[in-house]
Unconditional design. Structure first.
Ligand code: FAD
Ligand code: SF4
Length: 507
């Protein structure tokens, strides 16, 4: 019987199991661009372009190798994966589908549902892209009372002998965070190397045209489109990071600076998440730079931790709670997402910068996501599902397995402590310490009420006030409650009043 080998948009990996032992007499490949994945489940113009252009380049590459591949592009106007499968089944019968596990549980459910209805069997293959093998995280988790990323990361390092010298971590420590997290001095970052310019080729231009034609209302714009969409470009992005940015990655991992969207960050998440690059090769490249003395250990360990630690950890957690994430709302947050998330229209310089960047490039680095857009939403009390849908739509690297635990867990604490042990809350003072945004802002991060009050600071205190029971229970946050309680009654009243005013009228 015929087997359909289905390749989804974030599975652009020629080393995946779907390419193993393919009998082209009895099986064929299929890829499809479907409208729902951009409009019903919103995806910005930048994100949609990266996905579709990378898919088309990948398909072209497979076809060059004479692999039998059916490709349905946007102009077929197929609404959903179910539609695409219906359409394909009519023309090319098959009895079985094989597909590497999708990166979004919703898609797994949709395809399972379709196969049930059509009496077709489905085989989900393990995703070999990741470092942890199928079942490994589950086993690890089952042996832990209080699972934390740090221990998972150490285990992977030991087992895979990554940055190890014998049984000990290279440099004698697992973690160099205390050497990292610097802010820039007043003069800001040194001149940064130019990023690669990947001029849109014919395929990308066709995608852009199709988006304007079939999906014109998607948010964001495409004037500055410059993401890697081929294997070659992904490798160039990796080389650029290793040679130009890695050395300072650790020091300035958490720093922000006006009009500097990328700083020393790798911009590799999109190439990794589309599976153009493997985490192993990215980690190897960083370790080789360390061994050649081209990057210090704090930078290399910091970078490896993000990929081997956080990336693998959040993936494990996503699949552990796959059914439940979208119902989580531990803080009972009920507000709508403020309009400024869609147009960057705000006097708050930090938010204006972070959102403008997302609209322009589909990118924000981790601290912008966590401590600007994420923090504001947390303090404001946005419904977890609404802020999740925004993150999933707007960032080029967003795929549910990584976006969901980061947004609903790490950033919004909707999970009540699965990803992190406490809500990441801070006032404007944090943003002031880590950036020069406040120097270019009409608000004052030190003021919590009054005309110049920084909304982050006001809302931070209002959050501590609102959630003081929860925060008091956490040894690391109890101090913040005490600081609130130390304020005079009239000060507390003025802050509460100012917070209410902000909720009526956002600046
Ligand atoms: P760098 O700073 O250069 O980091 C190197 C790599 O480490 C990244 O490419 C990424 O693969 C990995 N990494 C770093 N932090 C994390 C993390 N917390 N979780 C998983 N991987 C990590 N990352 C995504 O890939 N997709 C998302 O949809 C996504 N959504 C996020 C939403 C929120 C609210 C937050 C706080 C973080 C989110 N992240 C997401 C994690 C992180 O912010 C991005 O991976 C990173 O900013 C991508 O830029 P970069 O490649 O320049 O990263
Ligand atoms: Fe953001 Fe407040 Fe600083 Fe303005 S003063 S940039 S709103 S933290």
């Amino acid at each position: 019987s015929q087997t359909l080998l289905l390749i989804l948009g974030d599975q652009l990996n020629r080393n995946s199991l779907i390419f193993e032992d393919v009998d082209t007499k009895t099986s064929h490949f299929m890829m499809a661009e479907v409208l729902d994945e951009s409009s019903r489940y919103l995806s910005s113009k930048q994100r949609t372009t990266v996905f579709l252009s990378a898919m088309r380049h990948f398909a072209e590459n497979c076809q060059k190798d004479d692999l039998p591949l059916f490709y349905y592009s946007l102009d077929k106007r197929l609404a959903s994966f179910s539609d695409a499968l219906d359409h394909h089944l009519k023309n090319t019968p098959f009895k079985t589908i094989r597909c590497v596990l999708a990166g979004d549980y919703r898609v797994v459910k949709e395809i399972n549902h379709w196969t049930n209805q059509h009496d077709i069997s489905i085989e989900w293959l393990p995703d070999q892209h990741f470092i942890a093998r199928q079942g490994e995280f589950k086993r690890w988790l089952s042996e832990r009372k209080q699972p934390r990323m740090e221990y998972w990361y150490r285990q992977l390092r030991k087992e895979r002998a990554i940055l190890m010298s014998g049984q000990s971590p290279v440099g004698g420590r697992w973690n160099f965070d205390q050497d990292n997290r610097h802010a820039f001095s007043q003069k800001g970052p040194d001149a940064l190397a130019e990023t690669h310019q990947f001029k849109p080729d014919k395929i990308t231009k066709d995608v852009i045209k199709a988006i304007h034609q079939y999906l014109p209302d998607l948010p964001g714009d495409l004037d500055e489109f410059n993401w890697p969409v081929t294997l070659n470009q992904a490798k160039q992005t990796l080389d650029d990071f290793i040679s130009q940015r890695l050395a300072k990655f650790g020091d300035y991992q958490d720093a922000m600076w006006l009009d500097q969207p990328f700083l020393y960050h790798s911009r590799l998440s999109v190439a990794l998440n589309l599976k153009l690059l493997s985490p192993d090769e990215v980690i190897d490249a960083a370790i080789q730079a360390y061994e050649r003395n081209e990057a210090p250990l704090n930078a290399v360990e910091g970078f490896v931790r993000q990929i081997l630690g956080w990336r693998e950890y959040v993936r494990g957690l996503y699949w552990t709670h796959k059914q439940d994430w979208l119902q989580m709302n531990a803080l009972n947050a009920r507000r709508e997402l403020p309009q400024l998330y869609w147009d960057a229209k705000t006097d708050m310089t930090c938010l204006n910068q972070a959102v403008m960047q997302v609209l322009t490039y589909g990118y924000g680095h981790h601290i912008q996501r966590l401590m600007v857009t994420g923090l504001f939403s947390l303090l404001w009390g946005v419904k977890p599902k609404a802020i999740h849908e925004w993150y999933l739509a707007m960032y080029v690297d967003a795929v549910a397995w990584v976006e969901v635990p980061n947004t609903l867990g790490m950033s919004q604490y909707a999970d009540g402590g699965i990803v992190g042990s406490k809500p990441y809350i801070a006032s404007g003072a944090y943003i002031n310490r880590m950036s020069n945004y406040c120097q270019h802002c009409r608000f004052d991060p030190k003021q919590a009420h009054g005309e110049k009050a920084c909304p982050f600071t006001t809302l931070y205190w209002a959050f501590v006030d609102r959630h003081h029971d929860l925060l008091s229970q956490n040894p690391r946050l109890g101090m913040q409650v005490k600081n609130w309680q130390r304020k005079s009654k009239s000060e507390q009243k003025a802050i509460r009043k100012h917070a209410e005013k902000l909720h009526r009228q956002l600046p």
